[in-house]
Design a protein around this ligand. Structure first.
Ligand code: GTP
Length: 883
């Protein structure tokens, strides 16, 4: 059903998420935060209820909009009116100036005419006088001479010129700047234009005009006068005058605002363009992600989800979500879980905070986090062998079936008849290969079996015909179904009297496993693993199922796949069984698997043959890794050695930080429980084992224990010897260290003694479970306690008649007694557990040897002693239970 998020709905209604959440609360509709989703039914209720509110809001918004528009229009009208008034005033002023100029010019003309008339009159009078003098032959002394008259005229002309120049200067004072501002027009060209501002005097003589303009103007300039004032000059003058008279004019202001707006718009456009480009790039990237996800059969609905590693710190989460760390701290505080930046968060907290922020997160386990995604062109894919896992109830015949398939005697060699680690084998049927992953069969190995189903293509469910469907049969079905792996049923032990294969078929239908012949999906084969009946038929069925699945992979690329099992081998170091799922793995390749890194030094196929390469669906054991990866870790080859090393280093660093944080790890659950039940006791454990399978088996059993009174916390678990770091961690967190098939290093033992940390070692898983259970009931009131007696270091070995190989030792700690139980430890791994066959000092049998003395030790039924080994002595002391 389609769902709508609260914040989307809020946005649609133009309200904040908070407001919407308030409405939802009023309507009693459950919604936690802005990102909570609402069912369609709720959404329609919300729409109905919010209708009146919406209408009122819409009306309000409309009214506001209208008022704003009206105010804007009024403002505009006012501005226009003001501008018009100013324009009219400017026009009037210009008109006045023009009239004044006209008047001045008319006066000057009148004056010139008067002077001209006077001059003419004077000339006439002078001429008459001269005629008179000539007639009377005497020169009258009182009559002005012609020269003086000319001088008089000249003086009058100077006055006229001065008047004219004054007028011109007055005008020029207002025009000078605008002329200079006039682009492409020099002042020499603009100057004649000022004369042209007045109506040109048709009768004006060149001399008069030149006199008024200082005789500087060219003919061209004078021609311009006739065409009226230059347009640009006038505009400039007007603008200048306007800006002077109206220094804060709204027009100027409006222009400035308009320019700003325009530039803002252009930067806004740029921003929008950039955003659009970004959006397009994001969409393209998303499309590609979707294509790749589809090609890899992934869930595309998860693409917008932020991936957060399990145990992320507050600052890491902030960075991943792109949210301020303070914001997250605040939210955590409100949730009642105050954490600092460097403290890690539980899965629930991460999800709660992210939900609060309206984000989708996927809290990834280490396995998921370390997984790689590859994309192959379909053209590069070629058919590959099926990978098969045999599952079923204990003793229904898994080992016998694998044995029958391999024609080897594995079942007889197995300690206690229980397969304890994932191995792999490969068989060839009709020229086609099938890879088998050998999963363990006891109930405690459920976790590992689940992983077996994950890496496999087909599950063979083995059901004993005499026993029928049992609890682990059902579990196996569930695991296979959860992993989406098809099930082929092998009905075993059909050789037994009373075997009823059809009854098995009938029972299985209840669990959705229906034979093809009955119209179902599952292929069935009746077999006898012991008598090797029907095995070929079963294998052919497997090939048939593989054909249906059309299994393919690209072999021509760098290799990747999964670690099936890994352990620390005393001679060879880290040994890992890898299943190649893609590409081809070569000797010499740089590999990263979990935190382990290294070059493939050597490769062995399931038969123990040395090989140089392994392709898709091949399982190989590889040597050369720096440390022991975890079963289930993904591995991949890097072309550049440095990349491989960097990735492994990063992961190791991250793991260390997480481990440090784990001690102060807080979960909501813890918090609530502690508050609810202050009496709750906790048993903290650190589990170290020789193989990952043992850890998972132990953990699985622990999880099933009743933890209502005592909570069992595994604060750390890993493959390898018990180290000083483990003891430090145990000390800091008040934990007990459980060693399964491993022993503490000398430094670790010393630290444990110093700090009072308890280390308990086991070789049988059930014993460990039993002890922990006992501890849980009585909060560690064990009936048996192991007491360490002494430790001897093997310096040399020698042959002793009847005893075999004996060890020349130096007792380094305590006192070793003849009756002590012992274990032989090599590189932190328990190689042997048993008793002392002989204890001697210089050929004499002795009862005990103290620290600092040499001795010869022979072990019961064990000859493989090597220099450097440690022999640890211990006694089991019984302690009476007090309850
Ligand atoms: N009669 C008969 N006995 C069988 C057959 N297959 C296995 N068995 C016996 O059943 C017992 C259990 O067989 P396993 O192969 O060890 O069974 P498993 O499921 O591997 O057991 P775990 O490893 O303990 O989970 C052994 O004693 C086998 O000899 C069969 O086809 N017929």
């Amino acid at each position: 059903m389609a769902k709508t998020r609260v914040h989307d709905l809020a946005k649609e209604y133009g309200m904040s998420s908070k407001e919407m959440l308030g409405h939802l609360l009023d309507m009693k509709i459950p919604a936690k935060s802005a990102s909570s989703t609402l069912e369609d039914a709720y959404v329609s209720i919300v729409r109905k209820q919010l209708e009146p509110i919406l209408e009122a809001r819409a009306a309000q918004i409309e009214a506001q909009k209208k008022a704003a528009e009206e105010a804007k229009a009024a403002e505009e009208a006012k501005a226009a009116k003001k501008a018009e008034a100013e324009r009219i005033a400017a026009e009037e002023r210009r008109e006045r100036e023009r009239a004044e100029e006209e008047r001045r010019r008319a006066a000057a003309e009148k004056e010139r005419e008067r002077v001209e008339a006077e001059r003419a009159a004077a000339e006439k009078k002078a001429a008459e006088e001269a005629e008179k003098n000539r007639v009377h032959d005497t020169a009258p002394k009182s009559i002005p001479s012609f020269t003086s008259l000319l001088d008089q005229i000249a003086q009058q002309e100077v006055v006229l010129k001065q008047q004219s120049e004054e007028a011109a200067q007055k005008k020029a004072a207002g025009q000078g700047r605008s002329r200079r501002a006039e682009s492409g027009r020099g002042s020499r060209h603009a100057a004649p234009a000022q004369g042209a501002a007045q109506p040109a005097a048709p009768g004006a003589t060149p001399s008069t005009d030149e006199a008024s303009n200082g005789h500087k103007h060219s003919k061209k300039g004078r021609r311009g006068e006739g065409a009226g004032e230059d347009r640009y000059s006038r505009m400039a003058r007007e603008a200048e005058a306007y800006s002077h008279t109206h220094p804060h004019s709204h027009v100027v202001e409006e222009a400035r605002v308009a320019v700003e707006e325009a530039s803002r718009e252009s930067s806004g456009r740029r921003k929008r363009r950039k955003e659009r480009r970004q959006q397009q790039a994001e969409e393209a990237a998303k499309e590609q992600r979707i294509e790749e996800a589809l090609a890899n059969d992934q869930d595309i609905s998860q693409l917008d989800t932020v991936k957060v590693p399990q145990g992320a710190t507050v600052s890491e989460l902030a960075e991943l979500l792109g949210a301020p760390a303070n914001d997250i701290i605040k939210r955590l505080f409100l949730l009642g879980t105050p954490l600092t930046l460097t403290e890690s968060m539980s899965d629930e907290l991460i999800e709660l905070v992210a939900d609060d922020l309206g984000r989708d997160v996927n809290v990834m386990s280490k396995e998921e986090e370390n997984s790689f995604t590859f994309y192959d062109d379909p053209a590069d894919l070629v058919p590959r062998a099926p990978v098969v896992t045999v599952m079923g109830h204990v003793d229904h015949g898994k080992t016998s079936l694998l044995d029958a398939i391999r024609h080897t005697g594995v079942a007889e060699g197995e300690a206690g008849g229980i397969t304890q680690a994932i191995g792999a084998s490969q068989v060839s049927v009709k020229g086609r290969r099938i890879t088998f992953i050998d999963t363990p069969g006891h109930e405690t190995f459920t976790a590992m079996r689940a992983r077996g189903a994950k890496v496999t293509d087909i599950v063979i469910l083995i059901v004993a015909a005499d026993d029928g469907v049992m609890p682990q049969t059902v579990e196996s079905i569930n695991h296979a179904k959860a992993a989406g792996v098809p099930i082929i049923v092998a009905v075993n032990k059909i050789d037994k009297p009373g075997a009823n294969p059809d009854k098995v078929r009938q029972e299985l239908t209840e669990y959705g496993v229906v034979p093809e012949e009955w119209g179902g999906q599952n292929m069935f084969a009746n077999i006898s693993a012991k008598k090797k009946i029907g095995i070929d038929d079963l294998l052919e069925t497997v090939l048939l199922q593989a054909d249906v699945l059309e299994l393919k992979a690209n072999p021509n690329t760098f290799a990747s796949g999964n670690v099936l099992e890994a352990r620390l081998d005393r001679g060879r170091g880290s040994v890992a069984t890898m299943l190649v799922t893609r590409g081809t793995l070569h000797v010499g390749d740089a590999v990263v698997a979990g935190q382990a890194y290294g070059h493939v030094r050597a490769m062995l196929d399931p038969k123990g043959n040395s090989v140089t390469q392994a392709g898709p669906s091949d399982a190989v054991e590889i040597l050369g890794l720096s440390s022991v990866p975890m079963a289930g870790d993904e591995f991949r080859v890097f072309q550049d050695d440095r990349d491989a090393r960097d990735l492994a280093d990063q992961r190791a660093l991250k793991a260390r930080i997480e481990e440090q944080n784990r001690v102060k790890h807080v979960t909501l659950e813890n918090l609530f429980d502690t508050m609810a039940d202050a009496e709750v006791k906790e048993l903290n454990l650190i589990i170290k084992a020789d193989v990952q399978g043992s850890i998972e088996a132990l953990q699985d059993s622990l999880d099933k224990m009743d933890q209502s009174e005592v909570r069992i916390n595994t604060i750390h678990s890993a493959v390898g010897a018990i180290t000083e770091t483990d003891v430090t961690l145990a000390d800091a967190s008040n934990a007990i260290i459980i060693g399964f098939g491993v022993r503490p290093e000398a430094k670790a033992r010393a630290a444990a003694e110093r700090d009072g940390v308890e280390i308990r070692s086991y070789s049988v898983i059930y014993k460990a479970i039993e002890d922990i259970d006992a501890a849980r009931i009585g909060m560690l009131k064990p009936t048996e306690v192991e007491v360490q007696t002494g430790v001897a270091e093997v310096r040399d070995t020698f042959k002793v008649p009847k005893v075999g190989i004996a060890a020349g030792c130096m007792v380094s700690e305590g006192e070793l007694s003849r009756d002590d139980s012992v274990r032989l430890v090599r590189d932190g791994i328990v190689v042997y557990e048993g008793r002392i066959a002989s204890l001697r000092r210089f050929k004499d049998d002795v009862k005990s040897v103290k620290a600092g003395f040499e001795c010869g030790i022979g072990l019961e039924n064990f000859q493989d002693v090597k220099p450097g080994d440690q022999i640890e002595g211990y006694r089991i002391e019984r302690v009476a239970r007090t309850e």
